[in-house]
Design a protein. Structure first.
Length: 319
């Protein structure tokens, strides 16, 4: 049993099978957090009679369950069930009342509530262990905090984890002033500097993947279901993220077998911070995916095979 009974039992939720490209047996549920926020969980069950366990997939900012359909297909083929989640403010989960297309939290403790709710739901639904964690980008910060909170997993994998945020020297120089004035000036729920409402991204300008097919796969999902789109974060989200990443980096590495993958051309999260964290992780290993961008599990066939192969081998060794 993962946890005590949930506040409210999970209820069936929509799953957008027309865009996922994953296994056919997907299911989804509404999950309610302690503060009443409605979240969504998706589950793909392993095809084998004796699954090796269940992978908990913590998505990044702007992401949603269906984006990981292809990743789930590979993990299910390897004998794992996959549970993926819509954090508050994205996917089909409840969005901020002041603006649906803005990523917004006041504190990353709100995501800790989400993790707790999902843990309860997994127990309520009888999802079998052992459990493993894949945490991407913002999910990497949420996942690292969850490990410190006792998330019951046997091994973890981080991809492009947000343990620091890349900013230009100019933004770094003004970040303290801007964030400090945001509250008094009533700017906390405005878009952070250099960000704004969601806009279509051109392949040649994208920082996510070098693979045109994977890029088109992600773009087509938003084209078909624009309700999934999410623009930039609020000023308060950035303030909360910087506070959380600094807090996490001040903690020792968890006692957990871990592999972390980062593209050699990563330009969204702060790579030196990842190197420092992994250099001090006794049971950790850092893998650089040469020529890869931010989405190493959604790269060219050769690069995604290397990334997913390393993750699956790591989980198999601890199953």
């Amino acid at each position: 049993m993962l946890a005590a009974p949930a506040i409210a039992a999970p209820e069936p939720a929509p799953f957008l099978s027309d865009i996922a490209g994953g296994p056919d047996n997907a299911q989804a549920w509404w999950v309610t957090s302690a503060d009443g926020t409605r979240l969504r969980m998706g589950l793909w069950e392993a095809a084998t009679g004796a699954p090796r366990g269940t992978v908990l997939l913590f998505p990044g900012r702007t992401e949603y369950v269906e984006k990981y359909g292809r990743v789930a297909r590979d993990l299910v083929a390897a004998g794992y069930s996959v549970a993926a989640f819509d954090w508050r403010g994205q996917g089909l989960a409840d969005r901020p009342q002041h603006r649906r297309d803005m990523g917004h939290v006041i504190s990353f403790d709100e995501y800790r509530q989400d993790v707790s709710a999902f843990r309860h739901a997994l127990g309520d639904l009888g999802v079998p262990g052992p459990f493993f964690l894949i945490a991407h980008s913002m999910g990497g910060a949420i996942g690292l905090r969850a490990l410190h909170d006792g998330l019951p997993v046997s091994a973890t994998a981080f991809t492009g984890p947000m343990w620091g945020i890349q900013m230009t020297p100019f933004l770094k120089s003004i970040a303290g002033i801007v964030l400090g004035l945001a509250g008094p000036l009533g700017l906390g729920t405005t878009f952070a500097p250099t960000t704004g409402p969601w806009q279509p991204m051109a392949f040649d300008d994208n920082q996510l993947t070098t693979d045109r097919d994977q890029f088109d796969y992600m773009s087509a999902q938003i084209d078909r279901h624009p309700e999934l789109a999410l623009g930039g974060p609020s000023v308060l989200w950035v303030k909360a993220a910087l506070r959380e990443t600094a807090s996490l980096m001040a903690l020792p590495a968890p006692d957990m077998p871990t592999v972390t993958l980062v593209g050699s051309r990563e330009s969204i999260v702060e790579v030196p911070t990842i190197h420092r964290r992994m250099a001090a992780w006794p049971k950790g290993r850092l893998i650089t995916i040469e020529s890869g961008l931010h989405e190493v599990m959604m790269e060219t066939p050769r690069l995604r095979e290397a990334a997913l192969g390393a993750i699956i081998d790591h989980f198999d060794a601890h199953a």
